[in-house]
Design a protein around this ligand. Structure first.
Ligand SMILES: O=C(O)CCC(=O)C(=O)O
Length: 279
């Protein structure tokens, strides 16, 4: 195992520095700012509906783009990039399938995203997913860098609770046990953060006066997966060809933290039972 695969196996995440050159990053920034200026239809009705020039929430002026690789060649090239493929193959143990692209502009004043686990949404079976999160700007706490819970790759899917929507544009989050807190990941433009689908992660609000925190994100699933959530179809091999996989249904269990002899452990509960108890 080399340094990156060992770190990823132990911590559930890894930052590969300067995967993309300054010129490539500058070209990507220009490209996505042009898509924004053109209000390019993303194919996702939610994204199109949310461009609002006249609203106080900066995220409505700069909504994230989703699944752009289905209509944008530069996004498809990023998703299938050979450098990402090689790093992912080393960390995931085999060549993955590609299922998602996302572009976050995160302008000054934008809210962050509450702590969550990506596998909760992708529902990969068997196995899990992995993100390749590329910084297009230098990222720190001030402009809302991503944060991860070190070692949470071994955790099961946790049940979500309401999030503080003054800080997060999503409204649910996973709770952390006492004494556990996320680590801010400081990155330079061109660095790529890889993290496993169980890793609890999120991001701070962008509290800077005038800095963007743009990031280009792709999601991959393990190469022996049989099913993934419907939204992530069509599933692509890393050569761009399509592969037929099944559609996974919603999970029927999620975990809650319980105390076991003074240590927090995850107890898995039936979601239906939890819902009944809260009715
Ligand atoms: O970039 C962010 O602010 C959060 C991204 C994220 O949570 C994700 O890619 O799943």
């Amino acid at each position: 195992m080399n340094e990156s695969t060992q770190f990823f196996a132990e911590h559930g995440y890894y930052v590969a520095q300067q995967v993309f050159t300054p010129d490539e990053v500058a070209a990507l920034r220009r490209h996505y700012m042009q898509l924004w200026a053109d209000k390019t239809p993303s194919g996702d009705p939610l994204v199109q509906a949310s461009y609002r020039e006249d609203r106080a929430d900066p995220l409505l002026q700069y909504p994230r783009l989703l699944q752009m690789h289905r209509w944008d060649d530069a996004s498809l090239a990023y998703l299938l990039d050979a450098r990402l493929r090689d790093l992912l193959t080393a960390m995931m143990g085999q060549e993955p399938y590609a299922v998602q692209t996302m572009m976050y502009y995160k302008p000054a004043g934008a809210r962050g995203q509450a702590l969550h686990q990506d596998q909760f949404y992708l529902k990969v079976q068997p196995g899990t997913c992995c993100a390749a999160w590329t910084a297009l700007d230098d990222c720190d706490e001030e402009n809302g860098c991503i944060q991860v819970v070190d070692g949470s790759h071994t955790w099961d899917m946790l049940c979500t609770v309401p999030a503080d929507t003054t800080q997060s544009f999503t409204d649910v989050m996973v709770p952390l046990p006492e004494g556990v807190s996320p680590t801010p990941i400081l990155m330079k433009a061109g660095d790529v953060l890889f993290f496993n689908g169980s890793v609890v992660h999120g991001s701070f609000p962008n509290t800077s006066a005038d800095r963007f925190r743009r990031s280009l994100i792709a999601h991959y699933i393990v190469g022996d997966a049989q099913k993934v959530g419907e939204y992530y179809h069509p599933v692509l091999r890393m050569d761009g060809s399509e592969v037929e996989l099944g559609v996974s249904e919603g999970a029927d269990r999620c975990g809650v933290w319980v105390d076991q002899q003074g240590a927090p452990v995850i107890e898995m509960l039936e979601i239906q039972r939890l819902q009944r108890e809260h009715e």
